[in-house]
Design a protein around this ligand. Structure first.
Ligand SMILES: Cc1cc2nc3c(=O)[nH]c(=O)nc-3n(C[C@H](O)[C@H](O)[C@H](O)COP(=O)(O)O)c2cc1C
Length: 332
């Protein structure tokens, strides 16, 4: 019998992934200060393509220079990024894997205060366990329109560069997470207040991307929940997923929310975020990705066999040695 990790998966838009293994987006800090890919970026993704995963995601890429969170962050904010992004996508395709570009705006999570204009849904500092973040200014409706246009323009660039999908980063306390969360979005207009309003900016972005780039599959990296009291709950996110999939999302990549992607203190063992993903699996037409400290073939097969997730993301265990990981999953 074929091991489940090697079975293909066809998404609801018809895109087929050759197996169930995913390299999740991981910032490589190899871009230049203008957000352009460098030879080091291309070599990094060639390296990751040797992992055996059928889908290799390309790291969080800012949609606007004002939305950067690191100086050497990859960008998708300008047409000048196109040659580099095209080279990255082509390197991965040549190696026989599908690829997607993750796009982001850091909003109030500008950890290095690179931006002179830090903004968010409300003038509320994003809570963080490991640092003190700047207090953003509250965005105007014009700012909201600019963000939406920037996300859509970045998705069009991902399409032109040849990526198979685009992933909107809505997790880890970054910009869109700040819109979804009641901790950071306390607006009184149609973009704040009840959950439907807090999700509006995101659902509108997904809808527009589907209109202008119908070839692209759309993935959202979502929090299963926020890691702070009073934040997004599992029930909130189950509802948001229904809206996302109705708007056209094909993959739900389930991670953590405000508080960041690190292992929660009370979680031990492999798959520390899989229990956040499992309740969403099979509830929509979207494929669900689980992640968090996964490294063994036994664990990967177990969560696929028990249908806790459709796809398994392995980050640091692949980063440590892509070819070694490929050998391990082939031989087991
Ligand atoms: C070096 C590094 C960079 C990361 N950059 C991103 C990123 O750009 N976007 C994102 O959504 N998550 C990012 N993450 C989180 C990973 O995608 C993943 O969720 C996390 O590493 C947990 O999976 P793992 O235990 O298999 O490594 C990063 C993680 C690492 C280690």
């Amino acid at each position: 019998m074929t091991a489940l990790r090697f079975t293909p998966l066809t998404l609801s838009n018809g895109l087929t992934l050759k197996n169930r293994l995913v390299v999740p987006p991981m910032a490589s800090q190899t871009a230049d200060v203008n957000g352009l890919a460098t030879p080091a970026t291309i070599s990094h993704y060639h390296h990751l393509s040797q992992s055996g995963a059928g889908l290799v995601m390309v790291e969080y890429s800012h949609v606007n220079l004002a939305g950067r969170s690191e100086t050497n962050q990859l960008g998708a904010h300008d047409d000048a990024c196109l040659p580099g992004l095209t080279a990255v996508a082509s390197t991965l395709h040549t190696a026989g894997v599908k690829t997607g570009l993750q796009i982001t705006h850091c909003g109030g999570k500008d950890s290095a205060a690179i931006s002179s204009d830090v903004m968010g849904p409300s003038g509320i500092t994003v809570p963080a366990y490991d640092r003190v973040l700047p207090t953003p200014r509250a965005m105007t409706v014009d700012d909201i329109n600019t963000w939406q246009q920037d996300f859509v323009a970045a998705a069009i660039r991902a399409d032109k560069a040849g990526f198979d999908l685009v992933e909107i980063h809505c997790a880890h306390g970054y910009g869109i997470n700040q819109w979804l969360s009641p901790l950071t979005n306390q607006r009184q207009d149609k973009y704040g207040g009840e959950l439907e309003n807090r999700a509006r900016i995101l659902i509108e972005i997904v809808t527009q991307i589907k209109q202008v780039a119908p070839r692209l599959a759309v993935m959202t990296r979502i929090p299963g929940q926020d890691g702070y009291p009073g934040g997004l709950t599992h029930a909130d996110m189950a509802q948001v997923c229904q809206w996302l999939v109705a708007a056209g999302v094909e993959i739900l990549n389930v991670s953590s929310g405000i508080g960041g992607w690190n292992r929660p203190k009370d979680k031990r063992g492999e798959g520390f975020l899989v229990e956040d993903a499992a309740p969403l699996t099979g509830t929509t037409t979207a494929a669900v990705i689980g992640v968090g400290g996964i490294e063994s073939v036994d664990y990967i097969e177990t969560i696929l066999t028990t249908k806790q997730v459709d796809l398994v993301a392995v980050g640091r265990a692949i980063l440590a040695g892509p070819s070694e990981f490929a050998n391990k999953v082939m031989q087991a």
